[in-house]
Design a binder for this molecule. Structure first.
Ligand SMILES: Cc1cc2nc3c(=O)[nH]c(=O)nc-3n(C[C@H](O)[C@H](O)[C@H](O)COP(=O)(O)OP(=O)(O)OC[C@H]3O[C@@H](n4cnc5c(N)ncnc54)[C@H](O)[C@@H]3O)c2cc1C
Length: 398
């Protein structure tokens, strides 16, 4: 049976048929007729050049498939098909949900592909435990807290969820993800697949030496798992798989300088990174920069607590794109504003770059690093290769 792959598609309901993506695609994988704009899975190399120019976000549509949708099928769509249950080879197994963890692994792999190649863990990172719990063998935990992080009138509902693991063994490192299995069944009567969420607490828990972890979850309209999690109350039981991820990890070396770039819930691992460093190396100043984008301060998760972290410990650069009477500012604009400080860091072997959040942010961030590098006569793609091979360039977008 064919391995599942994440197929790039265009949402016909959101697309305004401006064809900016058609021009942006360097391999000519995107074409159109009078009805729809479509992506040829045989040609698309998922280079993501088409993401930036799309004004609506319709371009950022994906389905995990074993048989890619043909151009003819896509041209006939009025809406995207629902994500189908993926049948993965179940040879030698007896459970309906076998293969689901392979799909999770494929999603995680895909989320890390923006690094431009095979990501590696930082040499000094702690060794992570992975795949301790699967859909066949999950772990039960209890909700300890559920707090809204964004203002009540903000356009997004992002929540800080604390999960108490009781006496269960669930060791996580900052930067890892966990699977949450929503209860119930999908339209085909199969148990729901787990969804991935980044851990936003440090390895030793929300408070030192507590066997709990936190997640940063955004409620997606009509989303099965995000609504389930955002509605959980203190004391409710939740089912976890994982931990997952063995490369997007923090270096333990105090000399390591971190440039962290995020939007929305992409802040989750960076909350964990910051808290970990505050606990283990509180006197190491001037080594962490955070570039954080949101529409407004009210919709930026952890805006209040972040303000309390001293600037010399964590240098914060916020970018807001929807403040009345102010120009729209995105993380890439903030990176460029800090170019004089970032440029020398690009050739410093102690620099580590992490990008986390919406897939659509990658193009702008990459192009900002390209501009910063070329200003000092360097080629960003060469630098990125060196950094990635040394476990110093990390992308996790979804
Ligand atoms: C590596 C990784 C890390 C991640 N980390 C985080 C994290 O830290 N925090 C976080 O919040 N998310 C994170 N995610 C995303 C998360 O895994 C889920 O994809 C997300 O919460 C949506 O899941 P869902 O079950 O709510 O939506 P699903 O039910 O899977 O739906 C997917 C999308 O389709 C839309 N949809 C569903 N049904 C309909 C319908 N009938 N009509 C129209 N639209 C519909 C939903 O709005 C949603 O946007 C991560 C993903 C990856 C790959």
């Amino acid at each position: 049976m064919q391995e599942p792959l994440k197929q790039h598609l265009i949402d016909p309901e959101i697309c305004i048929r401006c064809h900016a993506c058609v021009e942006a695609c360097p391999v000519e994988a995107i074409s159109f007729n009078d009805d729809n704009v479509v992506v040829d899975a045989k040609i698309c190399n998922q280079g993501l050049s088409c993401m930036g120019p799309c004004p609506t976000g319709a371009i950022d549509s994906w389905r995990v498939v074993t048989q890619p949708y043909s151009l003819e099928e896509q041209l006939g769509w009025f809406e995207l098909p629902e994500q189908a249950e993926i049948a993965v080879s179940t040879e030698g197994s007896d459970a309906d949900t076998d293969g689901v963890d392979d799909v999770i692994a494929a999603l995680l792999n895909e989320a890390h592909q923006g690094a431009g190649g095979q990501a590696k863990a930082p040499a000094s990172a702690s060794k992570p435990e992975v795949n301790l719990y699967s859909t066949k063998n999950p772990i039960k935990a209890t909700i300890q807290g559920n707090f809204r992080l964004t203002a009540e009138d903000a356009d997004s509902d992002v929540r800080h969820i604390i999960v108490n693991l009781g006496t269960g063994k669930f060791p996580v490192l900052e930067g890892q993800t966990v699977g949450i299995i929503p209860p119930g069944h999908d339209a085909n009567g199969r148990p729901h697949q787990p969804r991935l969420y980044s851990v936003s607490s440090p390895r030793d828990g929300e408070r030192p030496s507590t066997n709990n972890l936190s997640l940063t979850v955004k409620r997606e309209e009509l989303g099965v798992c995000s609504n389930y999690i955002c509605d959980l109350a203190r004391g409710d039981e939740v089912t976890l798989t994982g931990p997952f991820g063995s490369t997007f990890l923090i270096p333990q070396d105090p000399q390591a300088k971190l440039i962290m770039v995020c939007t929305g819930t992409g802040s989750a691992p960076f909350r964990a990174f910051t808290m970990h460093r505050q606990r283990v190396m509180p006197d190491v100043n001037g080594t962490m920069k955070l570039f954080f984008g949101a529409r407004t301060p009210e919709s930026l998760p952890y805006f209040g607590p972040l303000g309390k972290v001293p600037q010399e410990f964590l240098e914060k650069h916020f970018a807001f794109s929807r403040i009345k009477d102010q120009p729209k500012t995105y993380v890439q604009n903030r990176l460029l504003q800090d170019a004089a400080a970032i440029a020398p860091m690009l050739s410093d072997p102690n620099t580590y770059i992490y990008v986390c959040g919406l897939k659509a942010m990658e193009t702008g961030v990459e192009s900002a690093f390209q501009d910063i590098a070329s200003e000092i006569g360097l080629n960003w793609l060469d630098i990125r290769d060196v950094m990635r091979d040394g476990g110093r360039y990390h992308v996790e977008t979804y």
